[in-house]
Structures are given as structure tokens and as C-alpha cells.
Design a protein around this ligand. Structure first.
Ligand code: AR6
Length: 170
């Protein structure tokens, strides 16, 4: 599995699976989530409603992942995962690594060859970028994928790119 980091808008990524930095309700929001729903069209939200209706309490636990189709995005599927909100007093890094590992497992189960990830939890959820990048790389590397050949971190801004390049070379 090849891992690389690039600058770009994840909604435009030419990959089989785009991972969404969602929230447990899966009903949309800002950041990556808002951009995916806006660019992909209403079918993604409609599928998410069906998914949450089958989940206990109507919520996706943080660190887990579920797939929908991708509407009008270039990707075939969106894998939705809810990251942890940054906490200075509690170590939730295992939950963040799990977002990457579980999303990759779901993507691999669909037969995806290419997967694009954003910097989960590093926006609205406030996770410091350098550590978010380290957890991302560790989470992806913890999985032995059968089908996925390329994991692409698609990032907003030079600061994020630098953080992910450092994590990838570490
Ligand atoms: N392509 C690539 N990266 C992006 C894009 C994009 N189109 N848009 C933002 N980023 P965030 P979170 C970067 O806030 O922290 C939503 O309301 C952004 O600069 O999208 O996990 C959800 O519904 C940052 O580096 O995700 C949840 O409630 C990174 O992607 C909550 O926000 C992640 O930022 C999730 O917060």
C-alpha cells in the first residue's frame, strides 16, 4: 500500500473511496462534511438517514465507519467516520487512529483500490495538526489491506501538507 500526501479539495479526488470527516448523527455539517454533501448531491444524505435509522440510538460511534454511494462525486463510495473532539485532558488518540483503520477496512471490504482521507478531527474538532497527522499515518499503517493500493491524504493548506509529509517520513 502506497501512502502519499497532496494539497487539494477532497470532493474532487479521483479515487474509489472518499472518507468523510462526519459527526455521529451523519446529517451533515461544515468543513469536509459540508463540502461532500454539497458536491455529491442529496442522495448521500438520503442514504445516511437510512444508515443511522439502523444504528443503535441513531448514531455512529466515534472511531467507527460506514459506507454510502457517492452521488455526483468522482468517487464510487463515501466512507463516513466521526472523529473525536480534541481534548487536552483525555487521550482520545486511539479513537482517531480507529477512524482511519476502520474506514480503510470498510473501503477494502468494498474492493476499493484508491482511498482519499482528509485530516480527520483537525478542523472543527480542534485536533493539533502535527499529532493528527501522526495518528492518521499510524492508523492507516495498522491495516493489512487486500485491495487498497493507494491511500492519499488530501489536505487544505501548506501547514497540513507539511505535518503529513513529516508523519509519512517518520
Ligand atoms: N478537502 C480537503 N480538506 C478539507 C476540505 C476539503 N474540501 N474542507 C476542509 N478540509 P473538518 P473535523 C480540511 O472541520 O475536524 C463538520 O461540521 C480542514 O481544513 O472538516 O473532523 C462535521 O459535520 C481540516 O484540516 O473535520 C463534524 O461536526 C480537515 O479538513 C465536524 O465538522 C478536517 O476539518 C468534524 O470536524
Amino acid at each position: 500500500m502506497q501512502l502519499r500526501a497532496v494539497l487539494g479539495d477532497i470532493t474532487r479526488a479521483d479515487v474509489d473511496v472518499v472518507v468523510n470527516a462526519a459527526n455521529p448523527g451523519l446529517l451533515g455539517g461544515g468543513g469536509v462534511d459540508g463540502a461532500i454533501y454539497a458536491a455529491g448531491g442529496p442522495s448521500i444524505l438520503a442514504e445516511c438517514r437510512g444508515v443511522t435509522a439502523r444504528l443503535p440510538g441513531g448514531r455512529l460511534p466515534r472511531g467507527q465507519a460506514v459506507a454510502t454511494t457517492a452521488g455526483r462525486l468522482p468517487a464510487r463510495w463515501v466512507v463516513h467516520t466521526a472523529g473525536p473532539v480534541w481534548s487536552a485532558s483525555r487521550d482520545l488518540s486511539g479513537v482517531l487512529r480507529s477512524c482511519y483503520a476502520e474506514s480503510l477496512r470498510v473501503a477494502d471490504g468494498l474492493g476499493a483500490r484508491t482511498v482519499a482521507f482528509p485530516a480527520i478531527s483537525a478542523g472543527v474538532y480542534g485536533w493539533p495538526l502535527d499529532d493528527a497527522a501522526r495518528q492518521a499515518v499510524a492508523g492507516v499503517r495498522s491495516v493489512q489491506a487486500e485491495h487498497v493500493q493507494e491511500v492519499r491524504f488530501v489536505l487544505f493548506g501548506e501547514e497540513a501538507l507539511t505535518a503529513f509529509e513529516a508523519a509519512l517520513s517518520g
